[in-house]
Design a protein around this ligand. Structure first.
Ligand SMILES: [Mg+2]
Length: 186
């Protein structure tokens, strides 16, 4: 892939930030093939009066998000499957994912169970090289952990921009202008 169309960053791309999408729901879909392609909500208790703590891509497409009450989620998405959270499995995947990311780049900070930040070395700060690292992380995760563990990888001059470039993402492999700086989302 050519990156010749990217503007030259005004400041160096210093951080690579990996954020797993629909994390708990993705772990469940990875572990349980019967849940793949289905709208699922992960819940802490089995009642309609709790909130979703994660929603699969399929549920999110119908408006179900983290924090949506289950009675509301079932109205938005009549086929919704509620799955009881299994935190020990999410922690286990967290460690496996970090181990995989570290095959590509050292993890500088673990921000939460589904987010890590990695500082780029001087020879990794070009758009080409940082995008290549991001793509190799994604490929490694798909190959060694499983294709349902999808993530967004933001590359930015600082950790703040990185988060912003993720939330203002305009799509895969497109650059987003963030606070006058440049961020990339892979
Ligand atoms: Mg996340």
């Amino acid at each position: 892939m050519s990156h010749n169309n990217y503007p030259i960053p005004a400041v160096s791309l210093r951080w690579l930030y990996v954020d797993f999408n629909s994390y708990f729901a993705s772990v469940e879909q990875q572990l349980r093939p019967e849940l793949r392609g289905k709208p699922i909500a992960v819940v802490a208790v089995e009642t309609d009066y709790t909130c979703a703590i994660a929603a699969s891509y399929e549920a999110r497409a119908l408006g179900v998000k983290t924090g949506t009450p289950i009675y509301e989620a079932k109205r938005l998405c009549p086929g919704l499957i509620c799955v009881l959270a299994r935190h020990e499995r999410y922690v286990e995947f967290h460690h496996r994912l970090i181990e995989e990311i570290e095959r590509h780049i050292p993890v500088t900070a673990v921000c939460s169970i589904d987010e890590v930040a990695c500082r780029l070395m001087d020879n990794e700060i070009s758009v080409e090289r940082s995008t290549e690292i991001a793509q190799s992380i994604k490929n490694g995760i798909a190959k060694h952990i499983g294709p349902y563990m999808r993530c967004s990888i933001g590359i930015a001059p600082n950790r703040y921009c990185q988060r912003r470039s993720k939330s203002t993402s305009v799509g895969r492999n497109e650059n987003a202008s963030v606070s006058g700086a440049v961020g990339i989302v892979v």
